[in-house]
Design a protein around this ligand. Structure first.
Ligand code: SF4
Ligand code: SF4
Length: 222
């Protein structure tokens, strides 16, 4: 899922301070699962915005709503049920949701309530860890299922770099060296020999370095 966290309240208040009718719009997708931007978080944020604006001597109506997803054209139309009731939307979706609203609703002021951080998973209660960087050319079949792009500080394809200390990354000792993990895991799978084959220089153009990416599925287009 996409993992995100709420921006500092002061930053959000500053975005909306000149608006009089604000819709805090939750997304019931990934950000609900990571407890950053679901209906509960939107309700809390709406209360905090009301209080924050009041403290600044400003008054605004702050309503809440939610969409099934904000990353899908089909669901964005749901915004129209609040038409005329707001002059700004504070989206608690990830950056994709905010972009979609901006793409599809020319006249709407839309603001991000979250900092979108990474593609990750819930490792334990209240802890999410990055697992994938959406690099566009997955190599997990070569690395025992562990990602060297997102989980190695240097995104090495021929690791380890030699700097790890007792299994920890030299860049951040709180993080395991994923190349140590890959080596150990390939050993468990009896595939360690495969790691002696050097991987060629990678084409990063599919990794977002060539501008925004697009995916088209001919079997699904109409
Ligand atoms: S190799 Fe690329 S696509 Fe595969 S998990 Fe890592 S970042 Fe994601
Ligand atoms: S110590 Fe391991 S995880 Fe850290 S940069 Fe080197 S190879 Fe990557």
């Amino acid at each position: 899922m996409i993992v995100a966290e709420r921006k500092p309240l002061a930053e959000i208040i500053d975005m909306v301070k000149d608006h009089k009718k604000i819709l805090v719009l939750a997304c019931r997708g990934c950000v609900t699962v990571c407890s950053a931007g679901g209906e509960r978080e939107a309700d809390i944020l709406a209360s905090l915005i009301r209080l924050g604006l009041k403290k600044e001597g400003k008054q605004a109506e702050v309503a809440t709503g939610s969409l099934v997803r904000q990353c899908d054209k089909e669901y964005i139309d749901g915004i129209d049920q609040w038409k005329g009731q707001y002059d700004a939307i504070v989206s608690t979706a990830c950056g994709v949701g905010v972009n979609f609203i901006a793409n599809l609703r020319d006249g709407d002021h839309v603001y991000p309530a979250l900092n979108t951080t990474f593609f990750g998973g819930s490792a334990e209660q209240g802890v999410w860890r990055e697992q994938c960087a959406g690099c566009g050319n997955c190599v997990l079949h070569l690395t025992g299922g562990l990602c060297p792009v997102a989980r190695c500080a240097k995104s090495l394809f021929n690791g380890p770099c030699g700097g790890s200390v007792k299994g920890s990354c030299e860049i951040n000792s709180d993080v395991p060296c994923v190349w140590q993990n890959i080596y150990d895991r390939m050993g468990t799978l009896d595939r360690q020999k495969e790691l002696s084959v050097s991987q060629p220089i990678r084409d990063w153009s599919v990794g977002g370095h060539g501008g925004p990416r697009k995916q088209v599925r001919d079997d699904l287009t109409v």
